[in-house]
Design a protein around this ligand. Structure first.
Ligand code: NAD
Ligand code: DAU
Length: 353
């Protein structure tokens, strides 16, 4: 079996569901259930004997030790993190704690556990660290996309905390021989993404007739990957990645934010027309994110060449599926839009008008 951390969040939940469907191998999911963690994401596994949920914090060493001893996983897939850049600007402390101290705690627990293993079990054990393209910093308009060999130049507290965790993972391999793998992926979108991130926020706001906030001039560029493709890439790395290596994962799909928002508006015009007019009328330019990285782009040739992974979805197919999912799961959106979510909106957007 494998131990997943952060499996009740957006990518983690998609990963656990896809993993069980693709492999049938049991999963223990350790998740603290912060505002971003939602057991409802895994409701489809309620009667699945191969799925075990444990509510807990990756910073609690005794808990992690006990889980490793009890369940004896062959791998750890580490997703748990504070993940939203704007929140890291308003309050970086939790990012330092979970992303850096939490990863350190997991690495130490994994090292102690791995040292108890022998033979094939020791050879086959893997610690897979799920990281981000944001660790590489920001690209100019004509720079080549990020390769695994690019220097890390993180610019936000979130990116810095993820870069620090990448460095810890690297050092635990180099110094102690822990069999690690690291993935650095671009922007994901798809089902179960918390509506603080651009795509689900725009869908939710549009359906509520609220402004669609665009930071700055809307020309910041991201590379977008459908979450199911990210999950498939992680499975490929876990199964066949070279120990100690880093793999960049991306969709070859760079787009400015304004294009993303207009695409969503056009899909909503088609799937759920608003009698008040076209959704684009709601687009509102607001004050920029401090230190806003201008462009991310991923060179994914290494994972394609070495592991044969390629994205199955184009942006056109993935975004259509995603908009449809949010239209069909408005209850899910309503549940996560709790009091705490509304406080966040007031805090982040109140000052941007
Ligand atoms: P998310 O914020 O949706 O989910 C994070 C999950 O981690 C939540 O379930 C939360 O409860 C859990 N968690 C937080 N702190 C914890 C702690 N101390 N102990 C245990 N659980 C804890 O995040 P996401 O978007 O699903 O991202 C998952 C991972 O993928 C993160 O490591 C992120 O850096 C990375 N990543 C995300 C993207 C993206 O576009 N979302 C892209 C590349 C990489
Ligand atoms: O690149 C990978 C990263 O992608 C992940 O590591 C992060 O966990 C994930 O949150 C994401 O970071 P971004 O900052 O790129 O994602 P976000 O959805 O917050 O913003 C996408 C772009 O849209 C970014 O340029 C900021 C802009 N934006 C965002 C929001 C929330 C807006 O213009 N308006 C908004 O209201």
């Amino acid at each position: 079996m494998i131990l997943v951390t952060g499996g009740a969040g957006f990518i983690g939940a998609n990963f656990v569901i896809d993993w069980l469907a693709a492999t049938g191998e049991p999963v223990v999911n350790l998740d603290k259930l912060t505002y971003a963690g939602n057991p409802e994401n895994l409701a489809s596994l309620a009667n699945n004997a191969r799925y075990i949920f444990v509510k807990g914090d990756i910073c609690e060493r005794a808990l992690v030790d006990a889980l490793l001893t009890r369940h004896h996983p062959r791998a750890i897939a580490h997703f748990a993190a504070e993940s939203h850049v704007d929140r890291s600007i308003h309050g970086p402390a939790e990012f330092i704690r979970t992303n850096i101290e939490g990863t350190f705690t997991l690495l130490e627990a994994a090292r102690a556990y791995w040292n108890t293993l022998t033979g094939e079990q020791r050879d086959d054990f893997r610690f897979l660290h799920v990281s981000t393209d944001e660790v590489y910093g920001s690209l100019g308009p004509h720079d080549p996309p990020f390769a695994e060999t690019n220097p890390q130049q993180p610019n936000s507290p979130y990116a810095a905390s993820k870069a620090a965790s990448d460095h810890l993972v690297r050092a635990w391999h180099h110094t102690y021989g822990l069999p690690v793998l690291t993935t650095n992926c671009s922007n994901n979108y798809g089902p179960f993404q918390f509506p603080e991130k651009l795509i689900p926020l725009v869908i939710a706001n549009a359906l509520a007739g609220k402004p669609l906030p665009i930071y700055g001039d809307g020309m910041n560029v991201r590379d977008w990957l459908y979450v199911g493709d990210h999950c498939a890439a992680i499975r490929a790395v876990l199964n066949a990645g070279q120990v100690g290596e880093t793999y960049n994962i991306g969709g070859w799909n760079e787009m400015p934010n304004l294009t993303i928002v207009k695409t969503i508006c056009a899909l909503l015009d088609e799937m759920k027309p608003d009698p008040a007019g076209r959704y684009e009328r709601l687009i509102t330019f607001v004050a920029d994110r401090p230190g806003h990285d201008r462009r991310y782009a991923i060179d994914a040739r290494k994972i394609e060449r070495e592991l044969g992974w390629r994205p199955a979805e184009t942006f056109a197919t993935g975004i259509r599926k995603t908009v449809r999912w949010y239209l069909e799961h408005q209850d899910w959106v309503a549940h996560v839009q709790s009091g705490a979510y509304r406080e966040w909106l007031a805090r982040n957007y109140g000052a941007r008008q």
